[in-house]
Design a protein around this ligand. Sequence first.
Ligand code: DUC
Ligand code: ZN
Ligand code: ZN
Length: 480
Amino acid sequence: MQPFDLIIRNANVVTASDSFPCDIGVRDGRIATLALALELKSARHEIDAAGRTVTPGGIDSHVHLDQATGDGSIMADDFESGTRSAACGGSTTVIPFACQLKGQSLRAAVDDYQRRAYEKALIDFAIHLIITDPTEDVLYRELPELIAEGYTSFKIYMTYDALKLDDRQILETLSVARAEGAMVMLHAESSDCIAWLTERLLAAGHKAPRYHASSRPMLVEREATHRAIAMAELVDVPILIVHVSGREAMEQIRWAQSQGLKVYAETCPQYLFLTADSLGSDNSFDGAKCICSPPPRDAANQQVIWNGLENGLFEVFSSDHAPFRFDGPDGKKAHGEDVSFDKIANGIPGVETRMALLWSEGVRGGRITPQQFVALTSTNAAKIYGLYPRKGSIAIGADADLVIWDEGRAVHISNEMLHHNVDYTPYAGMQLSAWPAITLSRGEVVWDGEPRGAVGRGQFLPCDSPAPAQVRRRKTELPL
Ligand code: DUC
Ligand code: ZN
Ligand code: ZN
């Protein structure tokens, strides 16, 4: 019997803490050995990674796949196309959202979502919950049961009528997270401010896509971020602020962190590589391609986001892949082209470009270290969402989820090279200097220039209660 199913030879392994040359022996989908030289051993398959960097497979911990929208639009990617696209871009785990509809039980939302995932995913996946209707039964029976079953993170919206919770509901939901050891993700934008601004913009005849950015200025994100932090402090529970777009929200987060509060933060490629100008400078509908919330800001905020990736303010770099086609009746044009900005589906694709954008422009661009790249794209998400150490590292016993990088060649991003089911990419035309050469999921090649891996091979990952969600004991206890 051969000792390994696969040996990757001559790898330059990078983890969140180290970088070292070694051979990687894989058995039964897991890393069985890391050794300086496995020359004497053989395996059924071998890959020579000489001269190549090998990182843990990416964990894209914020993606939307086959999620009901309720506004007439339909997401372009299901678990098949979405996870294929993820794998081709170097991600080996995705965490999408089971979204509770108002009036629906949380259990029904999860069951429905598991059916959508069933037999489709090409790579492994966990599932976050979105809580939109926190009834007594949801909070005190369903949620604790689901957390115990491995759904240990959930998202709360502070905006969108169909999704948002009011402050009282948020407090109540946070206190359940505290009791059950779950990680809460907050979408921090101030609903009433946005509604008021939108009404004024529309009354003035400003309905083109670019006014989406005017309706959600940085102030509305700053205010909601502040309020989210204050509520988390009151309840004494860790939180993670998702898709942070720039300086003012970051200042709130930095303040909280400096007070010893466990406030984690995520940012996304759109806040590094797009600006409000990407939503158009005239009244054309083309800018709808870049409508997402919070909206991309300006060059100064892009730089501040880079600083936050470099100095540790951000724990997680995810795509927030929210795939809507530009043409056709289901996506950005679901209500026609003459529609006002507030009726256009929110979200942009990015699951396949996330890793290469950050490796090329972040690591090769000299802004972050390779170790920081691994922490931001994989290891920290594994820890924050309870998947570590099975996922998120290159270590003996971990799943053999790996990326072997192709560096130094010019990669011109076009939608044709991508594998999502969206008809555009916001990053078309960008010139990168790296792309994953090979992606391995549990030791199996799922990308080597061609998508590989059978539909349905992806496994559901029940998550542990994450250590970062544990409460830090305070001096004065509230009666919680
Ligand atoms: N929030 C998300 O998390 N994703 C897409 C759009 C949005 O508003
Ligand atoms: Zn959001
Ligand atoms: Zn999202």
